[in-house]
Design a protein around this ligand. Structure first.
Ligand code: AMP
Ligand code: MN
Ligand code: MN
Ligand code: MN
Length: 288
């Protein structure tokens, strides 16, 4: 029985501020007893996080957050309880990552055209993993250069869809992402559904494709959700019989609205996704 699970967060292996070990120590200090590290398109932090979790006495769920394109919108699919050495998963993730370098260059060129010069070098300085330069690193560099007050404002003016630094990019197909997660023994979860700009019918089509491919869970409670999102997606989980997840999506203090383990509880009638993870979390059974 877990009292404070947090099943989605980031480290320096993607666009978090803390190393995998630091993330685990902060989670443990905040009272998290079941933590999933879910870096974008990368599993390189899992071993370090697992070692830190053993030292702290908390359970670590190996995870990942895969970037997917569905009907021109970017969707994030979290995999929980994956075997992070599974070759099909690793090949798939390498394929997803491979477009990032070109995209980063195109973003830099687009920002150059509106008067922000040399931002790629700046973004690279914020990316501890050179294979994973993303929009958050661009945003941090632009804040550090004094041009904008915070990362959210940079997204609003430059990096969100439709803004000058936004470069459309085709990520993985949803059925591929779910397939890789399942091949690696994991449970697939739709991350922060409240963030997607999809019509009601496209949202239903997303859930249809997701469940047809074997996806099983939905982030109902997310650091990216308002109270109204929680109510809306709790009812989706009930109607579709999906497992429910609870996740901060923590990237760093000062940047993330919700700290590790500080999410609201799940609505009590939902079936928690962690009820499916017990057998595949090595240290879960030995937790005091
Ligand atoms: P990318 O995978 O390079 O497109 O970057 C996506 C990441 O950018 C997300 O995982 C967040 O960390 C960050 N992000 C996206 N939208 C926003 C926003 N509106 N405000 C702050 N960070 C954001
Ligand atoms: Mn991120
Ligand atoms: Mn995400
Ligand atoms: Mn995330």
């Amino acid at each position: 029985m877990f009292l404070n699970p947090d099943l989605h967060c980031h480290s320096t292996v993607s666009d978090g501020w803390l190393t995998p070990a630091e993330v685990v120590r902060r989670a443990a200090a905040n009272g998290v007893d079941l933590l999933a590290l879910t870096d974008h398109d990368e599993v390189g932090g899992i071993d370090e996080a697992g070692a830190a979790a053993r030292e702290c006495g908390i359970a670590l769920v190996p995870g990942v957050e895969i970037s997917v394109t569905f009907r021109d919108e970017t969707i994030h699919v979290v995999g929980l309880g994956i075997d992070h050495r599974n070759v099909r998963l690793l090949d798939g993730l390498a394929q997803v990552r491979s477009g990032r370098e070109q995209r980063a260059q195109a973003m830099s060129d687009a920002l150059d055209a509106v008067g922000l010069h040399g931002v790629l070098d700046g973004a690279r300085r914020f990316a501890r993993n050179p294979a994973l330069v993303g929009r958050a690193h661009f945003a941090r560099h632009i804040v550090a250069s004094g041009l904008m007050p915070d990362v959210a404002t940079v997204f609003r003016y430059y990096l969100a869809r439709g803004k000058p630094g936004f470069v459309p990019h085709v990520w993985a197909r949803i059925d591929d992402a779910v397939g890789w997660i399942r091949a690696a023994g994991g449970v697939a979860v739709i991350a922060h559904p409240g963030r997607y700009r999809l019509s009601a019918s496209d949202m239903e089509a997303l859930f249809d494709s997701f469940t047809a491919g074997g996806g099983e869970a939905l982030e109902v409670v997310s650091g990216a959700h308002a109270e109204s999102d929680v109510l809306r997606f709790a009812s989706v989980a009930r109607r579709r019989g999906l497992l429910a997840s609870r996740a901060s999506d923590f990237h760093g203090s000062g940047e993330s609205p919700v700290d590790l383990g500080r999410c609201d509880p799940l609505p009590p009638d939902l079936v928690p996704v962690w009820s499916r993870l017990g057998a595949i979390v090595p240290s879960a059974g030995s937790h005091p």
